[in-house]
Design a protein around this ligand. Structure first.
Ligand code: NAG
Ligand code: NAG
Ligand code: NAG
Length: 977
């Protein structure tokens, strides 16, 4: 066949070729097959050109991926796995009547399954798994010779295909991970007596497993995980003697594990995690000598682990965390197995810690936190070089940790916290070069904090608090450039706090409380721009509070119980309250006294405190006072049109009062009658949120049935937030910016009254479902939210003069009204752009983990582009339905990384889209918004678009209006809601 010199084209049949056809009839079938294959090729996109050999001039048997019957020369197989093919499957394939195998898994093929496939009556294998197929699955029960049907991991929808019960020759059946309507497992699957592999995970299945399934005697793999299957765990499962794999995790099974399960002697893997099962594991399970993986985490199992587990030879993974197991752990566990990971956390295991878990030097994950193990940590682990995570916190383990255990070259986390360990940190820890987190808190460790810790360049969290460490804190600590959390409180450290500590420029949380540190607070502390929480209380520190400390964006500070002297900057006082400064020789000035009501701190005497600061502090104070007055004046001016002073006492404006704390100060920015006494009548049951700046309550006003939201600011930083919010929200009006109606102050309490948003915030809305189990937000609504929020931010950046930078854009700060119109909220850390330029040097750290633009790790200059980045993250949340930070992304990774790696892998773009949205109809629109999100989240600020550009791009991505009209009319058959 291959040497046949002629080729034919149906499109240009010449007389000659017709003659040839008549003369050589076998060529006719060849032509038809060639044509069918070329049509098939034409409907595919082939970026890697793997179909280059598919030409009219070639015999189809020479086509790459095509096989023919060696005798008849008929095409029998198309096999093109993982070739990045996209496009659709041509119905022409049905012309290939001799086809036995269609094998196209792991491509990007979309479109519907052609019903004409039924004509390929010789088909044995149909595998289209891991593609982007959409639509209903046509009835393919005509394919009576089918042995393998795998349509898993696509976006197929409609009813679960119950006709598969007619394909009685099936050996492999995979329908998992599609978007079927909720339904039950069809009884008729029990007809498939030859089935060995049944894969129905994530198929929206509820109800019970039909008994007929347990008649499938040949079954080896039973995977119905990630559904809503309920009822007691089926004891008939023990009839399936050939089972090697049971995957029934993430369902609603109740009851106990039937003893018969131990008779399934071929079992290699069992996962029944995250159900509601209880009782003991059948004792005989220990006899399952082929077991490789056992997982039952997140259930209510109790009793002991059968001792037989210790004799297993093949066990690699064992995870039973979050149950009620108790008693001794099988002593030989791991002794004969190539154990790779074990998680027995959150149970009540007691007695000796098992010593053979790493006997075969393969163990990577050892997680045994929160149990009752006691005695010493076995010396057998000194050679466990494979360990990556070692977490045994919250037990009653004691004694010393041997040198070798400190030196685990691959360990990213060592967590011995909350035990009774003693002894020193071995200098050998320098060999744990991968260490990310070292947690030793709440033990009786002693000795020095070794200076070699400074060599662990990846260290992010160092928690040594509540031990007996002594000596100096080594200056080498400053070499830890990744360190974000340093806890050394409740030890006996002495000497000076090394100034080098400020070299840890990522440090967010620094706690040195209750040690014996002496000397001054190093002035370099004021340079730690990431610092958010600072606790130096309970030491012997002397001298003044360093200058400029108030420029840090601290949310908590405690310097109490030292020997500090001089004056407390009023900013710090509002953050920490006076309890953060008591037990020192510190004093406050007259102005600060008005900020804190019943202060224990003395007012600075003439000369006291001020002598050092007269030049600096006094000026700062005057500037602040003037600034406050200017803000107030500004507010009065800006809102003169609709500024309405409440009935209460207002003569004193908004300044602190002098002892008259029974009276309200009220400033309102919109026409609204507000009775201040009503505002203070907040009921806990009406609490709708609690966040970084305060608690938010819903309040039904008596007047005209109006509803408002009232934010009661936390006492500490109340004034600061109040000023920021009033400053900004009081003067701007935009449809997509939350309206601030009024501010009220009484005593030390500050309230902001906002418009009430009945649909909560975007973060919640993205996670909630309506009664039908569909997500609360369909794509049209998500798009509208994206566009509205973009307009709001664009207004801040481009239409306010000077521009306003929000600095904390995130889905929690985008609120939704009755109509899902988004409003940007929470201006507590927002900045007027001009001001931030001069003052930002030390004071710009703000934002939320997962939304913070990467440049803020090394530059302190916040620009509008940092908001653009955060907004990009919000767009990615809208498109993927995922949170900005999720465990699944891996440690220290965020949604931007996740999306980029998925796209970078050449994976189907569709896979990152939120599969709860009915992707089919809006896929292209979602991808447009995904692209905008990626653009906004560009690493380099100048590559990001401006918000004005973002608004324009989003307008181009509007989903087709016909769909939106459908939504509103709520047509039947509209699967969009
Ligand atoms: C090859 O295909 C032709 C046409 O469909 C058919 O007549 C013939 O029987 C087939 N040969 C074999 C071996 O199946
Ligand atoms: C499938 O089998 C059922 C009964 O077992 C029968 O009623 C139905 O017609 C069959 N469907 C097809 C397409 O053969
Ligand atoms: C179970 O597996 C064995 C060994 O592979 C096989 O011989 C036997 O036929 C299988 N049983 C059934 C019912 O298929």
């Amino acid at each position: 066949m291959a040497e046949h010199p002629l080729f034919f084209s149906l499109r240009s049949l010449s007389l000659v070729s017709i003659l040839f056809l008549v003369v050589f009839p076998p060529s006719l079938s060849l032509t038809i097959e060639t044509q069918a294959l070329l049509d098939f090729k034409n409907m595919l996109k082939d970026p890697l050109n793997v179909l280059d050999s598919w030409k009219e001039s070639e015999s189809p048997c020479e086509f790459f991926g095509v096989s023919c019957d060696p005798v008849s020369g008929n095409v029998t197989e198309i096999s093109l796995a993982n070739k990045s093919l996209s496009g659709e499957i041509s119905p022409s394939i049905s012309t290939l009547g001799n086809l036995k195998t269609i094998y196209l898994p792991q491509n990007l093929i979309s479109g519907k399954l052609p019903p004409q496939l039924n004509h390929c009556s010789n088909l044995r294998v149909l595998n289209l798994s891991w593609n982007g197929m959409i639509g209903n699955i046509p009835d393919l029960s005509g394919l009576q010779n089918l042995k393998v049907l795998d349509l898993s991991v696509n976006s197929l929808s409609g009813r679960f295909p119950s006709w598969v019960g007619n394909l009685t020759g099936l050996v492999y059946l995979g329908l998992a991970s599609n978007h079927y309507d909720e339904g039950e497992i069809p009884e008729s699957i029990g007809n498939l007596k030859s089935l060995t592999w049944l894969f129905l995970a994530r198929s929206n299945l509820r109800g019970q497993i039909p008994e007929s399934i347990f008649e499938l005697n040949a079954l080896q793999t039973l995977d119905i995980s990630r559904n809503k299957i309920s009822g007691d765990f089926p004891s008939s499962i023990s009839k399936l003697k050939n089972l090697t794999k049971i995957e029934l995790f993430f369902n609603n099974f109740t009851g106990e594990l039937p003893p018969g399960i131990a008779d399934l002697s071929l079992l290699r893997e069992i996962d029944i995690s995250s159900n509601q099962m209880h009782g003991r594991l059948p004792e005989k399970m220990g006899n399952l000598k082929n077991l490789v993986v056992f997982q039952c985490y997140n259930n209510n199992f109790s009793g002991e682990i059968p001792a037989g587990f210790g004799d297993m030879r093949n066990l690699i993974g064992f995870s039973v965390y979050r149950n009620n197991f108790s008693g001794l752990f099988p002593a030989n566990f791991g002794r004969f197995s190539p154990l790779d990971s074990i998680d027995i956390s959150e149970n009540q295991f007691s007695g000796e810690f098992p010593r053979f878990l790493c006997e075969n030097r393969k163990l990577r994950l050892l997680l045994a936190l929160d149990n009752n193990f006691s005695g010493e940590f076995p010396d057998s682990y000194v050679d466990c070089k494979s360990l990556e995570r070692l977490r045994i916190n919250k037990n009653h383990l004691s004694g010393k940790i041997l040198d070798g255990v400190w030196a685990l070259p691959h360990a990213t986390m060592i967590d011995f916290g909350d035990n009774d360990f003693e002894g020193e940190i071995s200098p050998m820890i320098v060999f744990s070069i991968s260490l990310n987190q070292l947690v030793l808190k709440n033990n009786r460790f002693s000795g020095n904090v070794p200076s070699v810790l400074g060599k662990l360049a990846n260290l992010e969290r160092l928690l040594l608090n509540n031990n007996s460490f002594s000596g100096n804190l080594p200056a080498e600590i400053g070499a830890l450039k990744q360190l974000s959390s340093l806890h050394l409180e409740q030890n006996s450290l002495t000497g000076l706090i090394p100034g080098e500590i400020s070299d840890c420029f990522r440090l967010v949380d620094l706690n040195l409380a209750d040690n014996d540190f002496s000397g001054n607070i190093p002035s370099t502390v004021s340079l730690m721009s990431s610092l958010n929480s600072l606790n130096l209380s309970g030491n012997q520190l002397t001298g003044p509070i360093p200058k400029n400390l108030e420029n840090l964006r601290l949310s908590s500070i405690d310097l109490s119980r030292n020997q500090l002297s001089g004056n407390v900057p009023s900013d710090l006082l509002t953050i920490g309250g006076d309890e953060a400064f008591v037990g020192n020789g510190l004093c406050i000035d007259q102005y600060s006294k008005t900020l804190v009501k019943y202060t224990l701190l003395n007012v600075c005497k003439e000369g006291q405190g001020k002598k050092r600061v007269l030049g600096g502090k006094l000026v700062v104070f005057i500037i602040m006072a003037v600034a406050l007055l200017l803000v107030l004046a500004g507010l009065l001016l800006v809102s003169c049109k609709n500024f309405k002073l409440g009935e209460s006492d207002v003569e004193n404006g908004l300044e602190g009062e002098k002892g008259v704390n029974s009276k309200w100060k009220l400033a309102s920015f919109h026409h609204m009658d507000i009775d201040p006494d009503e505002i203070c009548d907040l009921e806990e049951e009406n609490l709708i949120g609690s966040g970084g700046t305060g608690r938010v309550y819903r309040l039904d006003l008596k007047e005209k049935g109006n509803v408002v939201a009232v934010k009661q600011l936390w006492k500490g930083n109340g004034m600061k937030v109040l000023a920021a919010e009033m400053d900004i929200l009081g003067q701007i009006r935009h449809r997509n910016i939350l309206k601030l109606y009024a501010c009220l102050m009484k005593g030390g309490l500050n309230y902001l009254v906002f418009e009430y948003m009945s649909n909560g915030n975007l973060f919640q809305a993205l996670r909630s479902e309506n009664k039908g189990g569909k997500p609360e937000l369909n794509w049209y609504q998500r798009y509208k939210i994206a566009l509205g929020a973009a307009k709001g931010i664009s207004y801040l950046h481009h239409d306010c003069s000077p521009p306003i930078i929000h600095r904390d854009i995130k889905s929690c700060n985008i609120l939704l009204d009755d109509d899902y119109e988004p409003k940007i909220a929470d201006f507590g850390v927002a900045k007027i752009a001009e001001k931030s330029l001069e003052g930002s040097e030390y004071s710009s750290f703000a934002g939320t983990h997962g939304y913070i633009a990467p440049e803020l790790a090394y530059t302190l200059k916040v620009t509008e582009k940092s908001d653009v980045y955060s907004f990009g993250v919000v767009l990615l949340e809208l498109v993927t339905g995922k949170a900005s930070i999720e465990e699944e992304y891996g440690e220290g990774k965020d949604i931007v990384y996740w999306v980029l790696t998925h796209l970078g892998d050449g994976e189907n773009v569709v896979k990152v889209l939120d599969d709860r949205v009915d992707v089919e109809t809006v896929q292209d629109d979602m991808i447009k918004v995904l692209k905008i999100g990626i653009l906004c989240a560009a690493k380099l600020p100048n590559l990001r678009p401006t918000m004005r550009e973002v608004v324009n791009m989003l307008m181009d991505a509007e989903p087709c209006t016909a769909i939106s009209a459908d939504i509103k009319s709520d047509k039947p058959g509209n699967s969009f809601l």
